[in-house]
Design a protein around this ligand. Sequence first.
Ligand code: TNX
Length: 739
Amino acid sequence: MKKSFSTLILLLFCFMASAHIDFIPQPNKVVYGDGTFLIEKGIVLDASAADSFNVGYLKDRWSRVFDFCLSEASSSSNVISFKRVAGMKEEEYGLNISKDGIFVESSTRSGEFYAIQTLLQMLPAGVYADVKGASTMLLKEWSVPFISIEDSPRFSYRGNMFDVSRTFFPKEFIIRQLDYLAYHKINKFHWHLTDDNGWRIEIKSLPKLTKEGCFRGEDDLIVPSFFSGKESYGGFYTQEEIKYIVKYAKERNIEIIPEIDLPGHSKAFASAYPEIICNKHDSSVQSVQQESGNVFCVGKESNFVMLEKVVKEMSKLFDSEYIHIGGDEVALANWKNCDDCQALMKREGLKTEKELLNYFANRMGKILAKYGKKLAGWEEIVESGDLDPDARVYAWRNSDLGVRAVKRGQPTIMQIGKYCYFDMKYSPIERGHNWAGIIDVRQAYSFDPCKFEIKNEAYDFTPEEEEKIVGLQGALWTEMLIFPPHFAEYQLFPRLCATAEIGWTDQDKRDYEDFEKRLNNSHYERLYKMGIRFRLPYPEVKASGNVVTAAAPFASAVVRYSTDGSEPTINSPVVCGPIIAQKQDGLRFATFFADVQSISVGVEGSVKYLEPKVKVTVSEGLGEHKSHTVAHLEDYDFNSYYTTGRPVKKGDFILYAFDEPVKCSSIEVISTIPRIEFYGVADGHVEYSFDGKEFIRGEIFRYGKALIKPEAPVKAVKILFDGKGECKTVAIQDLRIRE
Ligand code: TNX
């Protein structure tokens, strides 16, 4: 008995000693040695050659977990040593742990910084905590395995694109985001600073941009959008804030590439300075996002004078080589109708409006060059016409255009929709867009920026072409992120962890199953300590007769459940085995990792909605879209829906009259198109009636939804519009009526 106990201890010790670290991103060469080094009081930091920011950074993180500080001294044992050596590349480092301590080598401060990041992943996850010792008792010791790491990244560009126009994120949020990127060795932050729904960067010589172009609301020049509400919504970064953010990023080896989205996506600019659009303006010409009057006229020289002012100020604020000028989704018909644009095309010998877009990009390139910056833009800028060989192209829609940019010899960043768009849904039942497909973590991870298919055939780049692929980035567009708080983090993590590994780790060393294991075993906990409200997979729920099981997606997560149809919370009971339930429609299950939770799911098919006969009418003139007619509201097919024929006005209504009063516990009234939160009721409420004559006022719509809990059988339901909302057509789904 005694013997087997000591064998167990020995086994445990061996296991611990050889325990592998769940690094993300995986370093490119890792060799484990035999043994461990014990970090304890007395260890010193020998870092006289190291960058002083890096030293302070390490000490600061250290203080989150250890109850002794790292004092500096030169030493060859019991040490964390940083040495600068010649001949290593930018971002490259070596990290060796032996009985004498932890030894880092690099030629650059960036290599040093990434050695620190790798080291942090070998320490308890508490190193990422905001507050010292907040969630962990401070430790007296910690052992790390003997290890030898030689590491450098696959791509020099490993990025995150972040849209702060559709949803505004204040400075503090951006700072945190930069920390998260640094922890993942992501080194580029593509800051999408302007779009139709708000201009977010202070330009002193064009003050109206942030006086008027950065707020949207009922009384503002820009109309509300994406459920931003009647009140003024918005904000901007002052030049002082931008300088602070750029410096903060740089210290963490992150370069910020600012984007001003031109010449389309410019409604915010045009709201402040309406003179920028073409003189002959046809408001029926709309961009894909249903905006009209959001395109700069290329024929007006005065526009380039204005844009030069913007570039001039920006070039002083950002230290990046490139400034991104957009170029995507321009409603070209604006230029077709414009005499000035047409005259310019004639003068320049341009045959199509696409060529005019290329001309615009090249003009911007010249302005940028004057201020020491290079041109970057979305793939459209190289669709018709040449660019300066240095101009950087960001491919986004599909592989063909990425390949085309590379073949033209442009340095290219791959942000290919079906892998890199983190505003897409993780699964069909979660929130987000789906135009580029459903992107679960596996799909995001499966991307190889140097391997493409064109028309289902593999396209092999030549080595020279491959050189042009500078890297990749994960993109967060933020149309659907105004609620709830932290939803940006849900959409980004853990998908951005996949981006980090694609960018850093050689293709032949990447494996999804292994990545998932590292994520589950260690990295979720790190994300948790960082304070990120990440996305967790929901539980797998199965029912067989009256036996229901719900499995957590990985070992350190649990499933909690409720029985009354409500959302499970941290206080809900944990599922510990099969649940016996005759009636299953009230069961809801969610995965929990500490207090971070997944979406909840029920037993499939257990909720049956009532389908009483109903007649739907709408107020005079509200009309209907030709494919989404009023009749769709009467068929209880939750995939079909009704869309108004014009934008709504105060006083418009939609009336559902049941043939017979309906006895029910609740009625969910849902606007927006099914499964995507667009075209919702932004300013309205519901009413319901027991006799079809007298109506009782119910909830107002919040984020496109309202719930009725009637006290008696319901004869009629009415949706009433209290204002013009977002000045767009509105989509309504069938009522969901519960027994
Ligand atoms: C396309 S990607 C856009 C964005 C949208 C996004 C939504 C690109 C250059 N343009 O304006 O926000 O789709 O997924």
